[in-house]
Design a binder for this molecule. Sequence first.
Ligand SMILES: [Zn+2]
Length: 62
Amino acid sequence: MTDGKPLISPELLEIMQCPACAGPLSERPDPPALVCGACGRAYPVEDGIPIMLIDDAEAPDG
Ligand SMILES: [Zn+2]
C-alpha cells in the first residue's frame, strides 16, 4: 500500500520542522510518520495530516 506516494506534499515537508528541536523532517511510510533527522522523534501522520505535537511523538530508542 506504500506506492511511493508522499504522505504530505513535498513543499509542505520542506518548510516544516521538528517542534522539539527545529530539525529537518523526513517521511516514514509504515507506520506513516514524519521523523526528525536531528533528535529522532517520529510524529504520526493521520489521514494525511501530520500531528506535530511533542507529547504525541514517538521518542527515539535509547
Ligand atoms: Zn527533532
